[in-house]
Design a protein around this ligand. Structure first.
Ligand SMILES: Cc1cc2nc3c(=O)[nH]c(=O)nc-3n(C[C@H](O)[C@H](O)[C@H](O)COP(=O)(O)OP(=O)(O)OC[C@H]3O[C@@H](n4cnc5c(N)ncnc54)[C@H](O)[C@@H]3O)c2cc1C
Length: 384
């Protein structure tokens, strides 16, 4: 396939959610994805994406970005097309946006000037450090503390499940400045070379993903590294996730499309009982269910992204629906694809096998499926 030809079934890019700039951006991402390698070394991806200019979608125009403010549809397009080719390319792209997200959305001009241009070039890797061992879904249970001392804060505590641990140049860290639950959290930028900061553990996962645990041993940081006011940490985290949650659904769609395309090719080539596997109606039922599920996911993802780009202050329910539906559906699509491949489907390296593993963590991070269900239900019940 020539590098510029879009993948099969990319008709969704003609949907009215997008304009010509989105379609041109999709061509750009696809051209990159067509020539990119297969590196399982996560550190390779941010510089490669930066050199290709793709990370310009992760920062505002004033700091080297493409659009005046983050364009969620572009973030979703990039994630879908990168995930369609390599999970780590998608991961590296997503983390530049998410890790720097609090700085982009709430940082001072000085903070933005210091961090965002390098994020957009891929020369500084970003990380978002919210979760702790006892505070994953339950963010308000965060124990890590930030104690003000003169014109500094002293940060003490631990973080768990942090993407880009050990690779990042800086971490946006959420820590407690008051004992008032979610209202007592504040956000800070911690440079990786801060004295007392260490990566204590690397965590090996079901598919390649640089993940680890962090420890802050009385780390002193300037008070100017606080993002927003004291007590605004929870609001900053949730507003950032409001932008990026639908993009997780987009990545899931990319994995699902990869598994489905491979399965469709397989069933048209595979012959058994004197006919093609594709000619059997139970196979066709799976194909119909995959295609319909994937389109429904894309509609939900781009509805949320479009609404955010159109200026909605929050798209909490729409983004929760998009993430929940797309990640759960993608898991089912990958599982069906494995099934259609038969024995080959569980052989390590098979496209469906890889997608089956790649998709799994997306149902857990940035709010597990159960949390999305609670968010959706509450938004409906509270409106009664
Ligand atoms: C690959 C990966 C990357 C990650 N990257 C980051 C990162 O960069 N930064 C960061 O801060 N965090 C990150 N995380 C952490 C992630 O956000 C948490 O794992 C997630 O929020 C779940 O928290 P937990 O693991 O503590 O599980 P728990 O909160 O203990 O949840 C366990 C299970 O209980 C369910 N559950 C929770 N509450 C309810 C309820 N009320 N009713 C019913 N069921 C419920 C959950 O849905 C889940 O299925 C990452 C995680 C993974 C797996």
């Amino acid at each position: 396939m020539p590098a510029t030809e879009m993948p099969a079934r990319s008709g969704w890019l003609q949907w009215p959610f997008f304009d010509e700039q989105h379609r041109a951006f999709a061509e750009h991402v696809h051209a990159f994805a067509s020539r990119m390698g297969e590196s399982d070394n996560a550190a390779d991806w941010a510089p490669a994406l930066g050199s290709a200019g793709l990370l310009r979608a992760c920062v505002p125009k004033a700091y080297g970005g493409t659009a005046a403010r983050l364009d969620v549809r572009s973030l979703c397009i990039a994630r879908e097309l990168l995930a369609n080719s390599h999970a780590l390319a998608d991961f590296a792209f997503a983390m530049q946006g998410l890790g720097a997200g609090p700085v982009t959305l709430f940082g001072t001009p000085e903070q933005q000037q210091r961090y965002l241009p390098a994020v957009g070039r891929g020369t500084a890797i970003a990380a978002f450090a919210l979760s702790e061992e006892a505070a994953g879904s339950d963010v308000a249970a965060i124990e890590m503390r930030a104690q003000p001392e003169g014109d500094e804060y002293v940060l003490s505590g631990e973080k768990m499940w942090i993407s880009n641990a050990g690779l990042a140049a800086f971490y946006v860290v959420f820590a407690r400045t008051a004992d008032t639950g979610a209202k007592g959290l504040s956000a800070f930028i911690v440079d990786a070379d801060t004295s007392g900061f260490e990566v204590t553990r690397r965590i090996d996962t079901i598919s390649p993903h640089p993940l680890g645990a962090l420890k802050f041993n009385a780390c002193r940081i300037p008070a100017g590294n606080r993002i927003g006011a004291e007590g605004e940490g929870f609001k900053i985290a949730m507003a950032t996730l409001d932008v990026f949650r639908s993009t997780v659904g987009a990545a899931a769609n990319g994995f699902a499309a990869r598994a489905m395309d491979a399965a469709v090719k397989h069933v048209t080539a595979r012959r058994l009982f004197g006919q093609r596997l594709a000619d059997m109606q139970l196979t066709q039922a799976k194909i119909a269910s995959m295609a319909t599920g994937l389109d429904a996911s894309r509609l939900l993802v781009y509805r949320a992204a479009y609404a955010k780009d159109a200026g909605a202050a929050r798209v909490t329910r729409e983004a929760a629906m998009a993430k929940w539906h797309a990640t759960e559906t993608a898991s089912k699509i990958a599982d069906d694809a494995v099934q259609l491949f038969g024995g080959q489907g569980v052989v390590r390296g098979n496209v469906a096998e890889r997608a089956y593993r790649d998709i799994r963590a997306l149902r857990i991070y940035e709010g597990a499926s159960e949390i999305q269900q609670i968010v959706i239900a509450r938004s409906i019940l509270e409106a009664q």
